[in-house]
Design a protein around this ligand. Structure first.
Ligand code: 13P
Ligand code: SF4
Length: 334
């Protein structure tokens, strides 16, 4: 069979009025056929506001799910239902166990306000919504936690320990981790973190920073807040994928940069003086599952009415997960 071409995809897209959405970590061939690109916050906003009935989401499961939750009238399909490994580190049972661990440490449930990183499943978002909490993304975490803390409660931050600890450090707050720190530490913390992490972003280490700084003393170190707090602390810039792109592209081309985030984003970032902040290729396995062939076959399935990989979420879960997602937008607007 001949390989699928971008032209074939473009003509099917027009015929069907489907909006193709892609995260920056997608393969180049997929990224290039997208109508909407961005970080998680931008993708959720732009996809829910698009006027087509169908969204074809090229990314990981929680991203497509977030669009379905925010705009349940839309039909969302994914060329591959690829799940973010960090999002899979927590489910509703582990969420409940985290609340219980805080209660056992002497923190009453009424004093706990959960915030979930958008990298989590719909059930976890729904639990958070029911408890009065909100969703945040890497670009909005500081603002969401600032707003949330005004309620005078202790934050339970799930599932990314590093993002929780990085926000605490930036805001000069105390953090502790369930399963690692003792009851006293949990009680004394402003932000209590679940012990989840992104294995891709754990690849960027202090040793890598030292290596690049030694080789190029003027280099800028730029990382995503899913990286280890020790790495974020010594970096020149920490931001979401969109913020990283904006920052690096604002630098003179002669300025060397070493970037700590997924390979596909870094390699298309800039024509020279740009390094991956690791000697190991930092590829997100699930983000890389989607191919141009998958995009084409999913579009053809939509055309034939035999839809594959449609995102479906039950009504009750949609209701409460939407409460948590919309609270994020309210906090950001207010
Ligand atoms: P952004 O919201 O910064 O795009 O991050 C998504 C992600 O999964 C990073 O690993
Ligand atoms: Fe999930 Fe990490 Fe992949 Fe981002 S890079 S989608 S957090 S596994």
């Amino acid at each position: 069979m001949n390989p699928v071409t971008k032209e074939q995809i473009e003509s099917l897209k027009k015929e069907l009025s489907v909006t193709v959405v892609a995260h920056y970590y997608q393969k180049d061939e997929v990224f290039e056929v997208a109508d909407i690109t961005g970080d998680s916050l931008e993708l959720a906003k732009k996809a829910k506001d698009s006027d087509s009935e169908w969204i074809l989401f090229c990314g990981v499961g929680f991203m497509g799910q977030s669009v379905k939750i925010l705009a349940p009238q839309k039909r969302v399909a994914m060329p591959k239902i690829a799940c973010c490994a960090m999002a899979r580190m927590i489910d509703s049972t582990y969420f409940d166990a985290s609340v219980e661990a805080m209660e056992k440490a002497g923190i009453p449930k009424e004093e706990i306000l959960p915030i979930t990183y958008i990298n989590s499943g719909a059930e976890v978002k729904a639990k958070v919504g029911k408890m009065g909490g909100a969703v945040c993304t890497s670009s909005s975490a500081v603002k969401i936690i600032q707003k949330a803390l005004k309620q005078g409660k202790k934050i339970l931050f799930v599932p990314d320990r590093c993002l929780g600890q990085n926000v605490a450090r930036m805001m000069k707050l105390k953090s502790a981790v369930i399963g690692i720190d003792n009851s006293e530490a949990l009680k004394g913390a402003d932000i209590v973190c679940y012990n989840g992490f992104c294995s891709v972003h754990q690849l960027f280490t202090l040793k890598d920073v030292e290596f690049f700084r030694k080789r190029y003393p003027d280099i800028k170190i730029v990382v995503h807040p899913e990286c280890d707090p020790a790495v974020c602390e010594v970096a020149d810039f920490v931001g979401s994928t969109s913020q990283i792109i904006k920052y690096v592209q604002s630098l003179p081309l002669e300025q060397k940069v070493a970037v700590g985030t997924e390979y596909n984003l870094v390699h298309r970032l800039r024509e020279k003086n740009t390094f991956v902040l690791s000697s190991t290729k930092p590829e997100c396995p699930t983000m890389n599952e989607t191919t141009l062939e998958d995009v084409y076959s999913t579009l053809q399935a939509i055309k034939k009415g035999e839809v594959i990989n449609e995102i479906l979420v039950d009504e009750d879960t949609i209701h409460w997960a939407k409460v948590a997602l919309e609270r994020m937008f309210e906090y950001l607007e207010g």
